[in-house]
Design a protein around this ligand. Structure first.
Ligand code: ADP
Ligand code: ZN
Length: 640
């Protein structure tokens, strides 16, 4: 039962989350362990609880200074003796910390991988009792991962030099098979337990928007989310500058982060964000690893990222406290083009041999395509992502943009027949834009040059907008009627299903189109008979639609729901937290998370014993802050 005591005493939690207990038990039994959990699932507890129960010291190898400093700050607040050893320390500070460590001052030490094999550190590590070496962000050891760090390769060499082999545990949010196998092999883990927990984050709402003007769309989003903390990810430094400037000009407290800023600017801006001085952060993907600010309420992607791994990781920085949060992606076709360019560029700059470069490029393009499909699918976004990560899930989650949107089944058979015939007649040699030009009867150069004016279907769909045709063609690709070739100039080719459809004169296709995107034309009628697509698909669609109509008014939420009075109390407690944070010089969320404050509003404790029952209140924090929070609760209780 010791682990439960530790969990409550230091972290203030009553119960473990999915996977945590199993991982902790395994580590405590002295065996190597690899935990794969999504961002925000609670990996830290999995090694921090055993670290507190082991007799010796636990070393945690971590790739980023900000990550270490943040974790150590949080541990100290919780009453744990912890320290970090990285390049943010002066030489003097480093030796002082090492000296204290030697004398047993710390239970948990975070260390940068570059330090491990230095003489000073090795001499320390071989003199003391090391119970466990934990590798955080363990995917950094894999060349297949996106964040390969050569310094991670030193970890095994370090472990081998210890007089006794400690328990080795590793954690990451990257779940691909290649990376998983790499971690186990490269760290030479001994018959490890490899536990992959569910990747679903129920409190996150996913939505893709297709705005004509992204900046307008962003502003109207921010207006609805005033005062909340969030991250806006952009593809390039230039975009970050542009968006951040626009936000500042409109009075938003925003800051920015990208690799073009100086080190000191970056750390200042990051602190401003962490401390809620500027609750909105505009950044490139350089920002975020190791940021565990728990009250991030939204992550907006101003540009589509290059793959779903990146997207899920970045979006996952929202709602770490388990309260409701939103992940919004603003999509434009141009995003795909930019990403393809980046792939081509990195291929040219790569130092790998040609065959490997080609393989990597092929992989990257495949991933990019899957990412683009995420932005185009009309089905449940959560299901799409979970399937991508190899998990099964319901077809309807009730908490994503597609599940709550009103769709309409529209018969598009005639349009599809014309599009497919046009592609077939022109020899499957043209891309989407050209085909759309042809059927709309455009006078473009492309059409002239290819002699496509003489295609039998030239101008056959004059009345349709390019956007509608694009939506239909994209769905034909998704549903395997057409194949879009890979590479910089993708070409549409007929697939078997497309051929079959053209041969079957009675065949017809219905498609789900969002009401607001699509005004049914006279030639589009609501189907009376079920669609010709697989009957299984149709049934699911029907069930989905029924559920949807009843749920469309209200989104499923999984966070704490406060009534008006409780909400007012929450605001008061938030103010108190901010005051205390300023006084202590720590970020507000390190004192208590939003979730903990909300739990206080619901439970309204009046005594210390009652306050200790609130999730997230441990003994040290009770002693430090308990009285002040109890007073605030009492006073706002009287007011209400
Ligand atoms: P990860 O490293 O997996 O991204 P963290 O370790 O930062 O996630 O944990 C995310 C949040 O969840 C933190 O605020 C943490 O305190 C909280 N948390 C972790 N375990 C539990 C638990 N058993 N009960 C309640 N909250 C938890
Ligand atoms: Zn859904």
């Amino acid at each position: 039962m010791q682990k439960y005591q530790t969990l409550k005493q230091y972290f203030g939690y009553e119960a473990f989350r999915e996977g945590q207990e199993e991982l902790i038990d395994h580590i405590l039994s002295g065996k190597d362990t690899l935990g794969i959990m999504p961002t925000g699932a609670g990996k830290s507890i999995c090694y921090q609880v055993p670290a507190l129960l082991f007799s010796g010291i636990t070393l945690i190898v971590s790739p980023l200074i900000s990550l270490m400093n943040d974790q150590v700050r949080a541990l100290k607040e919780a009453g744990v003796a912890a320290a970090y050893l990285n390049s943010s320390l002066t030489v003097n500070q480093f030796y002082k910390a090492l000296d204290l460590a030697k004398r047993g001052a710390y239970k948990i030490i975070y260390v940068a991988p570059e330090r491990l094999l230095t003489d000073a550190f090795l001499s320390f590590a071989t003199q003391v009792d090391i119970s466990m070496v934990t590798v955080d962000e363990a995917h950094c050891i894999s060349q297949w991962g996106q964040d390969f760090r050569p310094s991670y390769l030193k970890i095994v060499e370090f472990i081998e030099q210890l007089p006794e082999r400690p328990v080795v545990s590793a954690f990451t949010a990257t779940a691909t098979k290649a990376v998983k196998e790499d971690i186990v092999a490269m760290l030479q883990m001994k018959q490890p337990l490899v536990l992959v927990t569910g990747f679903d984050r129920k409190n996150l709402y996913y939505e893709v928007r297709h705005p004509k003007n992204k900046l307008d769309s962003l502003f109207s989003y921010l207006e609805e989310h005033e005062g909340e903390s969030g991250i806006i990810y952009c593809a390039t430094r230039k975009k970050v500058e542009e968006v951040c400037t626009a936000l500042l000009a409109n009075g938003y407290a925003a800051t920015k982060y990208h690799a073009g800023l100086t080190e000191s600017e970056r750390s200042r801006n990051q602190e401003d964000f962490l401390y809620d001085v500027t609750p909105v952060m505009v950044a490139t993907n350089a920002f975020g690893m190791g940021i565990d600010k728990s009250n991030v309420r939204f992550v907006v992607h101003y540009n589509m990222p290059k793959n779903l791994e990146s997207y899920y990781q970045e979006a996952g920085r929202a709602g770490r406290d388990g309260e409701d949060a939103e992940c919004i992606l603003l999509y434009h076709g141009q995003d795909v083009v930019i990403n393809q360019m980046l792939i081509n560029q990195s291929m040219k700059q790569s130092e790998l041999d040609y065959a490997t470069v080609l393989k990597v490029k092929e992989q990257d393009e495949k991933r990019l395509k899957k990412m683009a499909y995420y932005c185009l699918t009309k089905d449940c976004l959560r299901e799409y992502v979970l399937q991508y990560f190899g998990e099964r899930s319901e077809h309807y989650c009730g908490n994503c943009g597609n599940c709550i949107k009103e769709y309409e089944e529209v018969d598009v058979s005639e349009t599809v027949r014309i599009l497919l015939s046009c592609i077939k007649e022109s020899g499957s040699r043209y891309g989407m834009t050209t085909i759309i030009d042809v059927v709309r009867g455009a006078e473009s150069k492309r059409v002239e040059r290819g002699g496509l004016k003489y295609n039998s279907f030239y101008g056959a769909l004059k009345k349709e907008t390019a956007g509608q045709l694009r939506a239909i063609l994209n769905m034909l690709i998704l549903d395997n009627y057409l194949v879009s070739t890979e590479g910089s100039y993708p070409v549409l080719q007929m697939a078997r299903l497309g051929e079959l459809f053209l041969q079957d004169l009675d065949g017809y296709i219905t498609m789900k189109l969002a009401k607001e995107e699509y005004e049914p034309k006279a030639n589009y009628v609501q189907p009376e008979k079920p669609s010709k697509r697989s009957s299984k698909g149709t049934k699911q669609a029907a069930v989905k639609d029924r559920k949807r109509s009843s749920a469309s008014a209200k989104r499923k939420t999984s966070g704490t729901v406060l009534d008006e009075r409780e909400q007012a109390m929450f605001e008061q407690l938030r103010k108190l937290r901010l005051q205390l944070a300023r006084k202590q010089g720590v970020p507000p969320y390190i004192i208590f998370s939003d979730k903990t404050l909300k739990d206080m509003c619901v439970k309204q404790p009046t005594t210390s014993a009652e306050l200790l029952k609130v999730s997230g209140v441990g003994e040290v924090k009770l002693e430090k802050y308990g009285e002040e929070f109890l007073q605030e609760i009492r006073s706002s209780h009287h007011l209400g």
